[in-house]
Design a protein. Structure first.
Length: 256
């Protein structure tokens, strides 16, 4: 399997995961988006040296991984590019702040404590956002954004970018297959061929995207995304919202 095949398969598997995410996948997308935003704000509001309080906030993604039937190992694999960047957030903290501080009976540099806290905040926020995407399809997420009165232009751009990424990967796979057939046994792409290949891939993607846009217009698209699914707030949605909001606020302010 080529890298394009692997990337396209992984891209499509995200939607598949969101559609079979168990009980959490049936919760109203606006409720899940609201809870995720509340969780992100709560995590980011933890003190600069409040490592213990930040660790307690890990209860939310831990439980949601189980309820949403989202494999943790798969999440780490998909976020393998983002997670190292998050880990770099607190690298310089131990060198910038060398004040000794007592934590859990151990004397350490306050910069190390703040660095660990910063990294953990980043990890929890990233996992919280991933769980939202892994349990909510892009169409449902866009529906929730519109209910929050996010401008329709921005919502449409988000949806189209997400969909056109799949088109770009698909065209990239075709171009790579054509090149491989014309250069059998060659590893990688010759430097002299990079320009024409990228140009061809871009032109083919634009042409296919234009055909898709014309198809959307023929089906009544007038510049605003409209989901075919009708969502209504149900009792279990309200329970989910109240329960998780209460738990997040309790973990942030009252769990000591």
């Amino acid at each position: 399997m080529s890298k394009f095949d692997a990337a396209l398969s992984e891209f499509r598997s995200i939607d598949d995961t969101a559609r079979i995410s168990g009980w959490v996948g049936r919760i109203h997308p606006l409720v899940k988006l609201t809870v995720t935003l509340l969780y992100a704000v709560a995590v980011c509001s933890c003190g600069h040296y409040d490592l213990a309080g930040t660790v307690r906030m890990a209860a939310y993604p831990a439980v949601l991984f189980i309820l949403g039937e989202v494999p943790f190992g798969e999440a780490v694999r998909r976020l393998r590019i983002v997670l190292p960047l998050v880990l770099l957030l607190g690298v310089l903290e131990p060198f910038l702040d060398r004040t000794p501080v007592l934590f859990a009976g151990i004397t350490m540099r306050s910069g190390l404590l703040s660095g660990l806290t910063l990294v953990l905040k980043g990890l929890l926020t990233v996992f919280g956002a991933y769980l939202l995407i892994a349990t909510t399809t892009i169409e449902d997420l866009c529906t929730a954004l519109r209910k929050l009165h996010v401008p329709k232009e921005l919502v449409t751009v988000i949806l189209l970018i997400y969909r056109y990424l799949g088109i770009l990967l698909s065209e990239g796979r075709r171009v790579w297959q054509a090149y491989s057939l014309r250069a059998p046994g060659q590893k990688g792409v010759a430097a002299i061929a990079w320009g024409p290949l990228v140009g061809q891939m871009l032109l083919r993607s634009m042409d296919r995207a234009q055909r898709l846009y014309q198809s959307m217009q023929l089906r009544g698209f007038q510049g605003e995304f409209r989901s075919g699914k009708t969502w209504k707030i149900r009792g279990q949605d309200l329970i989910y919202l109240v329960l998780w909001s209460g738990v997040i606020l309790w973990m942030r302010f009252f769990w000591k």
